[in-house]
Design a protein around this ligand. Structure first.
Ligand code: ADP
Length: 171
């Protein structure tokens, strides 16, 4: 039996091949996946929440076509458990890249269960993308390098455009 609605929350600044790998693998676990883009103003994001949502939506549509699983994109502010209730999600999905992440993630999972009785499902990162993070992609981009090995062509193109806009500005 599959989970009816699985909610995958994150900052997605930007969405990487690592996120997409987790999403693709989660398609066998759920009938419906909702990828939720957090506002995360305190994190000083490179992309606005609206831009992050646009990129996530494009990946969700592509993957949905590929897998046949319903994948939606949404944005949320505030407490995750409130958004869980709002969309009627049955569980939260998170990816795990290693032990350091587990310490933080398990605390969040316990808190979300205590607040709302919602369980968190962890998928381990795949070998090929286990090293990958949005912050690494942002760093490579900031050094003027192409990020095509780590993100989809659509995200790569958006980041390249961003760089050419910046260089036009600084002339
Ligand atoms: P957050 O700021 O909430 O951690 P992220 O966008 O960085 O948001 O990550 C969202 C989720 O995706 C988290 O569960 C994170 O551990 C997971 N994740 C990010 N990158 C990878 C990756 N390369 N492999 C597996 N999971 C990943």
């Amino acid at each position: 039996m599959k989970i009816a609605t699985l909610l995958y929350p994150g900052t997605f600044d930007p969405i990487t091949n690592g996120h997409v790998d987790i999403l693709r693998r989660a398609c066998s676990l759920a009938d419906r996946l909702v990828v939720a883009v957090a506002s995360s103003e305190e994190k000083g994001a490179l992309f606005s929440q609206k831009e992050r949502l646009e990129m996530v939506r494009a990946e969700a549509q592509r993957l949905s076509g590929e897998t046949g699983t319903a994948i939606e994109a949404a944005s949320f502010d505030g407490l995750l458990v409130e958004f869980v209730a709002e969309i009627g999600a049955d569980a939260i999905l998170r990816g795990l890249r290693g032990g350091d992440e587990y310490a933080y993630e398990s605390r969040m999972a316990v808190m979300n269960r205590m607040l709302r009785g919602v369980e968190t499902i962890f998928l381990p990162a795949s070998g090929e993308t286990a090293f990958l993070s949005s912050s690494l992609v942002r760093q490579i981009h900031a050094m003027g390098r192409d990020v095509g090995a780590f993100v989809s062509p659509a995200v790569q193109e958006r980041m390249a455009r961003m760089r050419s806009n910046v260089s036009t500005y600084s002339k």
